[in-house]
Design a protein around this ligand. Structure first.
Ligand code: FAD
Length: 284
């Protein structure tokens, strides 16, 4: 069953995200983590593509295919297009098809070397190209608080609608620590004609530096409740981590209680995060 069909099955979709190891590190750790994640039976697992400068580009299709073959879990490969030649994107899509990967999260990506001219300006261009090829189920990213480069959240939703019109079958949300902000976004997106299923993205707080990095990278706001949590556990990283994972599990539970289409858990390759969330919502 495709991810598109899964969202139509009437049950909220719970997905996990992992990232490939860096090029110069061994691949075994990710397979150990994947075995534990797969045992939790998520609806699908997605594998990032070169995110955060991990140099993982070549491993995304391989790991995505392994999720399906080794563990029997539906899988999705992320793919970015900024600064890429059409030929490279075509080769990546061919490699995915050859590996049996049929679900793609089509992204612009962030060009760390500055705005190089390329064949693709926005995710919309990539989505259109993948749709024209046929045979793929296509996801795209959305931003409950607006994308960091976009001057107006309303404009950001207009662009989201264009991604849907270009062929996105479903949307996965950037991390958002405040469910009220997510539900407000959902209402505005629906009012603007975005009808495809939307999963909320949940990332736990594991440490102060991780959170600082994330909020400056994507512009997510930090509720004062989290600032207090960071303060309370300032001298105890283990307690902060445990409290952060518990908070994420509570967030997942509340999102599902609020009737979301799905929840996408940024596992950071740490099975205990996913396992705490799945236990809290009674899925293990
Ligand atoms: P776009 O949809 O192109 O949007 C980018 C900006 O352009 C926004 O400000 C938007 O408002 C604007 N825009 C969009 N369309 C138009 C248009 N037609 N005209 C004018 N302006 C427009 N990055 C990675 O490198 N690898 C990953 O694996 C990865 N996985 C991710 C997974 C999720 C769930 C999310 C939410 C993000 C992920 N990212 C990843 C980060 C992502 O690449 C960045 O957020 C990037 O800056 C934007 O990507 P996009 O696909 O949303 O771009």
């Amino acid at each position: 069953m495709s991810i598109r069909a899964l969202y139509r099955s009437g049950r909220p979709v719970v997905s996990f995200e992992v990232f490939p190891p860096k090029q110069d590190t061994g691949i075994d750790d990710i397979y150990e983590a994947l075995a534990q994640l797969a045992a939790l039976a998520p609806d699908f697992i997605s594998v990032t593509y070169g995110a955060g400068g991990s140099g993982s580009v070549n491993r995304t299709a391989e790991i995505t295919a392994a999720v399906r073959r080794r563990y029997g879990i539906r899988a999705m490969a992320h793919l970015t297009c900024v600064g890429a030649e059409r030929g490279r994107v075509a080769a990546q899509l061919d490699a995915m098809r050859a590996e049996g990967v049929r679900n793609v999260l089509a992204l612009r990506g962030d060009d760390s070397e500055g705005a190089r001219p390329g064949a693709y300006r926005h995710a919309e261009d990539l989505i259109r190209e993948i749709r024209a090829r046929g045979g793929f189920c296509i996801g795209a990213a959305c931003y409950p608080e607006g994308h960091i480069d976009c001057e107006s959240p309303a404009r950001d939703i207009e662009y989201l609608r264009r991604k849907q019109d270009a062929g996105a079958d479903f949307l996965i949300g950037q991390l958002c620590f405040d469910n009220n902000l997510f539900f407000g976004f959902l209402e505005r997106a629906r009012a603007a004609g975005v009808t495809v299923p939307i999963s909320a993205g949940v990332m736990p707080i594991l440490g102060r530096r991780q959170i600082e990095r994330m909020i400056f990278l994507c512009g997510a706001s930090l509720p004062s409740e989290i600032i207090k949590l960071l303060h309370r556990h300032a001298h105890s990283p283990a307690d902060l981590r445990a409290a952060g994972i518990e908070r994420a599990a509570g967030q997942v539970e509340a999102l599902l209680a609020g009737g979301v289409d799905g929840v996408h858990i940024y596992t950071m390759n740490k099975p205990e995060i996913a396992s705490t969330c799945m236990t809290r919502i009674g899925r293990v």
